[in-house]
Design a protein around this ligand. Sequence first.
Ligand SMILES: Cc1cc2nc3c(=O)[nH]c(=O)nc-3n(C[C@H](O)[C@H](O)[C@H](O)COP(=O)(O)OP(=O)(O)OC[C@H]3O[C@@H](n4cnc5c(N)ncnc54)[C@H](O)[C@@H]3O)c2cc1C
Length: 366
Amino acid sequence: MPDSLTPALLKFRDEFSDFLLEHLDSSEEEFRELSLERDYYRMAQPIELGGRASSAMEMLIARETIAKSGIVYPGAIIGPEPGLLSKVDGLLKSDYLIPLLRGEKKGAFAFTESNADSPTVAEWDDGSLVVSGTKSYVSGGHLSDFMSVLLTVDPEKVTGKSGPAVLVIDSNSDGIKMGDPFYSLDGSSHVVVEFQSVNVDAVNIIGEIGQGIPRALGNIMQERIEQSATSVGLAMYALDIVTAHLKKPHRSGGTLSDLEGVRLRYADMRINTFAARSVLYRVGRLLSSGDQCINEVTTAKVFCTEAASSVIDTAVQLVGGQALVSGHPLENLYRKIRSMRLAGGASDILRLNVSKGVFEFDSGIV
Ligand SMILES: Cc1cc2nc3c(=O)[nH]c(=O)nc-3n(C[C@H](O)[C@H](O)[C@H](O)COP(=O)(O)OP(=O)(O)OC[C@H]3O[C@@H](n4cnc5c(N)ncnc54)[C@H](O)[C@@H]3O)c2cc1C
C-alpha cells in the first residue's frame, strides 16, 4: 500500500519494523530491555527528561507497526507516556511524573461514572480537598500507585474557586476503597473505586480548577489517536493472516482465493484498511503540524476502529471455525477490536461530538 511518507519516516518505520521482527519471540520483559537499549522505550517522553520527543507521525507509525506485528504489549516497547502530567511542575513533577516516566510508579485514569447518584466531588477543608464519589471503570486501578481523577470542586469560601478539575490521588490513600478487579472481553482488568472523604493536598490539582474538562479531553484525544493507530495495525495483521490462509489448499479442491465470492469479501477488507490508514495518516499530519484537530481525531477513532472491526469480523468468517479457537490470533484480535469501539468513548457519543463540533463550535475540517 502506498504510504506517502517522508524518507525520514520511512526509514524510522523500516528500522522499527526490523527491530520488532528480529525479536518477535521475546518476552515482555526482554522487549523492555531491548527497547531501552535501542532507545525506543523513551520515544514518547520529553527531551528535557531524557526522552526522544518523537513526532505524532512517528508515534502513530510505531503503534501501527507493533499491532501489525501481533505484539500484544506495546507498553513494553514504547514505554510510559506523560499523559495528563505532561506539563506539571514542582511536587507533581518530582513525585509523580518523573517516577512514572522511569517506570517506578504506575498511574491510572479515573473518568467514567456509571451512577449519577454518586458523582465524584471535592470540598475545600482549609488548604486541602476532601474527595467523595465513585468511579466505575478504572483500568489498572488496583495495580496503580496513583490515579488522575476527574471531579468537580465545590466553591471555596474565600476565593470561590470551583469547577471541574483533575486531581492526582495516591491509590493507597486513607478512604479509598477498591473493588475486586473485573475483566473485559479484551483481557484488560479494571476496578470500581470509591472515594470516602479522601483528604488530598491542593498542590495535587493538575493545572487550574475549572480546566479539568479540557485537560481530561486532551488526554482522551491522545488515547483516541493511539487507538486509531492500533486498530489500523490490527486490521493489517488480520489481512496478513487471511491472505496466507486464502492461498493455502482448501478441501474445495483449489484455494479459497480462487473463488470470486471470497475475492469480493477480501477486496472489501483491503479497501477498508486502506481507507482507515489514509484517515489515520492525514490526521497524524494535522497533529504534527500543531493544528487544533479535535473533530479529526474523533473522526479517526470512530472510522478506524469501526473499519478494523469490519475487517477482523470478515477475517474470522473467511478463516472459519479455527479462527474462533482460543489462542488463534484472530480470536484475540476479535476480542480486542470489539472493546475499542467503547473504550476511549463509545462510537455514537463520538459521532455526536463531531456534529457538535460543526453546529456549536464551527470548528474543524471534517
Ligand atoms: C477496555 C475498556 C477500558 C476502559 N478504561 C477506562 C479507564 O481507564 N478509565 C475510565 O474512566 N473509563 C474507562 N473505560 C470506560 C469507557 O470510557 C466507557 O465505557 C465509555 O466511555 C462508554 O461509557 P459507558 O460505558 O458509561 O456507556 P454509556 O455512556 O452508557 O453508553 C452506552 C451506549 O448508549 C448509547 N448512548 C449513550 N448516550 C447517548 C446519547 N447521548 N445519544 C445517543 N446514544 C447514546 C450509545 O449507543 C452508547 O454506546 C473503559 C472501557 C473499556 C471497554
